[in-house]
Design a protein around this ligand. Structure first.
Ligand SMILES: NC(=O)c1ccc[n+]([C@@H]2O[C@H](COP(=O)([O-])OP(=O)(O)OC[C@H]3O[C@@H](n4cnc5c(N)ncnc54)[C@H](OP(=O)(O)O)[C@@H]3O)[C@@H](O)[C@H]2O)c1
Length: 161
C-alpha cells in the first residue's frame, strides 16, 4: 500500500483556475492515467466537479466533501477515506487535499508545465517542505519535452505523525 500525490503545476506553482486546469498536455494526461490505473483516487469536491461528473474508469474514485454527491463514493475527511481503502492511493487534488495529504504521502509526482499563469483567484500547489521531501532529478517527459517531471520522496525518519 503506497500513498502518493500527483499534480501538474505552472511556472508560478498554480494548479487550477476558474474551476479547471488552464492548460492541456495530452502526454501528461496519458501518464496520469498510466500511473494511477488500478489504484484509489482521492480528490476534493471541486476537483470532482471539474471532471466530466463520472468516476475516472479503472480506479476507485473517492471525493472528500461535507455533503454526499450522487454517483461517487464520498467521505467527510481524508482520514475516514483512508480507513476504508486498501491498495495504492493517489491524492489528485485540489490544494487543500494536497496540503493535508503531505503527511500521508511517501511520494509527490509533479509535472512542471511551461505555462505562465497570471490571474487572481488561481489555486496553488502547497509549499514542499525541503526538510521533509527529497527532490529527485528533473527529467523531461519522453513524449513531450516541454514538460519536466520531478519525483519527491519523503526523507527517511519522517513519519506521518
Ligand atoms: N493541476 C493539477 O494537477 C490539478 C489537480 C486537481 C485539481 N486541479 C484544479 O484545482 C482546482 C480545485 O482545487 P481546490 O483546491 O479549489 O478544491 P478541491 O480541493 O478540489 O475541493 C475543495 C472542497 O473539497 C472538500 N475538501 C477538500 N479537502 C477537504 C478536507 N481535508 N476535509 C474535508 N473536506 C475537504 C470541501 O468540500 P465541501 O465544500 O463539499 O465540504 C472543499 O470545499 C480546480 O481548478 C481543478 O481543476 C488541478
Amino acid at each position: 500500500m503506497s500513498f502518493g500525490i500527483i499534480a501538474a503545476v505552472s511556472r508560478e506553482g498554480i494548479i487550477g483556475l476558474d474551476g479547471g486546469i488552464p492548460w492541456h498536455y495530452s502526454s501528461d494526461l496519458k501518464r496520469f492515467k498510466r500511473v494511477t490505473m488500478g489504484s484509489t483516487l482521492i480528490m476534493g469536491r471541486l476537483t470532482w466537479e471539474s471532471l466530466p461528473r463520472k468516476p475516472l474508469p479503472g480506479r476507485r474514485n473517492i471525493v472528500i466533501s461535507s455533503q454526499d454527491i450522487e454517483g461517487v463514493e464520498c467521505f467527510r475527511s481524508i482520514e475516514a477515506a483512508l480507513a476504508a481503502v486498501s491498495g495504492d492511493v493517489w491524492f489528485i487534488g485540489g490544494a487543500r487535499i494536497f496540503a493535508e495529504a503531505m503527511r500521508y504521502a511517501d511520494v509527490i509526482d509533479l509535472a512542471f508545465v511551461p505555462d505562465s499563469i497570471r490571474a487572481s483567484g488561481a489555486v496553488f500547489f502547497p509549499d514542499i517542505d525541503a526538510s521533509v521531501w527529497e527532490a529527485g532529478a528533473r527529467e523531461s517527459d519522453p513524449e513531450d519535452p516541454r514538460l519536466v517531471r520531478c519525483i519527491y520522496r519523503k526523507k527517511k525518519g519522517i513519519s506521518d505523525e
